[in-house]
Design a protein around this ligand. Structure first.
Ligand SMILES: [Fe+2]
Length: 244
């Protein structure tokens, strides 16, 4: 009988792994609601083997009008609480997940974008349709010295039947961050297929959990095909280079 081994996603998390996409700061977006909730999520993530985070609250016009100042204040509050809760060995930093909306150009011009490393900016798009000026925005961002890192390209359903768009984006200097749960059926079959396509074609640069709540963490125990698991190994390795 044909037999393929499967591996749990959580086996990907080495000691050096850095999760670069999550919503762990309290009361800023649709992620952690309270400080207690933040601590609980970090604790649960540590239990599945993640010890390093660059967490990324949404920054989205009227919906989540977060500023670097507010994000850094919340970060300090959580870091302080972590010391009291025996989480002092966990590394937590913050950046943001920027919606490419009508205020994004103004944010670029201010030159105070929160970055993942020295230059990478995590950006997301509306799930309904891409901005008509997407290429201009990506160009402006790079002109200002930043590198766009597109969050979960596999989740934009409007591109599922036009994979050439992904190549165009990569050629335009955009890097891709896969959501690790896209390798399960959590976001649906079509997202899974696109995630597999991008991974098999070596188009994924980095990975993130995009954890908003405890259920997402439980799902990280799910097993995936060993072939997909193995394709993730170099991606996970790249993540590890983002925090020393
Ligand atoms: Fe996110």
């Amino acid at each position: 009988m044909f037999f393929r081994r499967k591996r749990p996603l959580s086996d990907l998390f080495t000691e050096k792994f850095v999760d670069i996409h999550s919503h762990l700061l309290p009361g800023l977006d649709d992620g952690a609601k309270t400080l207690e909730h933040s601590i609980e999520l970090i604790h649960e993530l540590k239990k599945i083997g993640i010890n390093k985070f660059i967490t990324t609250p949404h920054i989205m016009s009227e919906v989540y009008p977060n500023t670097p100042k507010l994000i850094n204040q919340k970060l300090q509050t959580v870091q302080q609480a972590m010391l009291d809760k025996q989480l002092g060995d966990v590394q937590l930093k913050a950046a943001a997940e920027y919606m490419l909306d009508e205020q994004f150009t103004a944010r670029i011009q201010k030159k105070e974008l929160l970055t993942i490393d020295s230059a990478m900016v995590l950006v997301e798009l509306s799930y309904l349709n891409p901005p008509i000026n997407l290429n201009e925005l990506l160009f402006e961002l790079q002109l200002a010295g930043y590198t766009p890192l597109l969050a979960h390209p596999e989740r934009y359903i409007f591109w599922h039947k036009q994979t050439a768009v992904f190549e165009n984006l990569k050629n335009a200097g955009c890097k891709f961050q896969l959501n690790i749960l896209s390798l399960t059926k959590h976001y649906g079959d079509s997202v899974f297929k696109t995630a597999s396509y991008l991974l098999k074609n070596n188009m994924i640069d980095f990975v993130g959990t995009d954890v908003h709540h405890k259920h997402h963490i439980q799902l990280l125990h799910q097993k995936v095909d060993k072939k997909l698991f193995d394709l993730m190994l170099p991606v996970v390795e790249r993540n590890s280079s983002l925090l020393s």
